[in-house]
Design a protein around this ligand. Structure first.
Ligand code: DX5
Ligand code: ZN
Length: 220
């Protein structure tokens, strides 16, 4: 299967955001990654609100890949789904217990989106165990969530491998996405470990040669 690249608009030009999204699409991106931060689950806040998603989701043909780094995914997940997110990925760590995780997955699905579940670098992979059958995508954070431009955490590749083995063992078609510090070198490590979707922000946006960079990731 070919690699999917999901450019993160956290690194895009905020005063010409649609232009940057369309540029990413023209360069071959099939997904567009939208980082939602609430200032509680992570210290920063982003301007990517449900209104932002509903304003732009149909202005391009890419999959709206919405990553919610928020304290209350059970409430916000379905709101982003209804606003036009195609995939809503929430954090396992934001939920109190497995019941809340199951309820969040159900609420996002009922609101019409696919569901991703994400783990921070310090969360054991085993914490995902109950949820493989319920989700469409698993997002492995390869930096601490909260900001762009951080260096890739090398141990992420072993985590991807373990998740890939589990998906194969259970005969599922869950996608593995990786987010944080992705460039051509780290992207290659992740693809070799079993990643299907590469999120990249600062490696792509703001560079003259974005097309070459995106094509380099797509051809991994
Ligand atoms: C970080 C975000 C990432 C971020 C990645 O919390 O989830 O999507 O945009 O940025 P880079 O690619 O610059 O590490
Ligand atoms: Zn992200």
């Amino acid at each position: 299967m070919s690699i999917i690249v999901s450019p993160s608009i956290l690194a895009a030009n905020k005063s010409a955001i649609l232009d940057d999204m369309l540029l990413a699409e023209k360069c071959g991106a099939k997904y567009i990654h939208i980082d939602v931060m609430d200032g509680v689950f992570v210290p920063n806040v982003t301007e990517f609100t449900p209104d932002f998603v509903s304003k732009y989701h149909a202005s391009h043909g890419m999959v709206n890949d919405v990553h919610i780094m928020v304290e209350d995914p059970l409430v916000l997940g379905p709101i982003f789904a209804k606003a036009g997110a195609d995939i809503v990925t929430f954090h396992l760590e934001a939920c109190e217990d497995p019941e809340e995780v199951f309820a969040t997955i159900k609420a996002i699905k009922e609101a019409g989106a696919k569901v991703g579940i994400s783990i921070k670098p310090g969360t054991p992979v085993e914490a995902l165990s109950l949820f493989y059958e319920e989700v469409d995508l698993i997002l492995v954070m390869s930096v601490e969530p909260g900001k762009g431009g951080q260096p890739f955490i090398e141990a992420s590749t072993d985590r991807i491998k373990t998740i890939k083995e589990e998906i194969e063992k259970r005969k599922l078609s869950v996608l593995i996405e990786v987010d944080g510090g992705i460039n051509q070198n780290t992207g290659a490590l992740c693809v070799n470990a079993g990643a299907d979707v590469l999120v990249a922000g600062s490696y792509l946006f703001g560079h003259e040669d974005i097309k070459d960079r995106l094509e380099a990731l797509l051809s991994l």
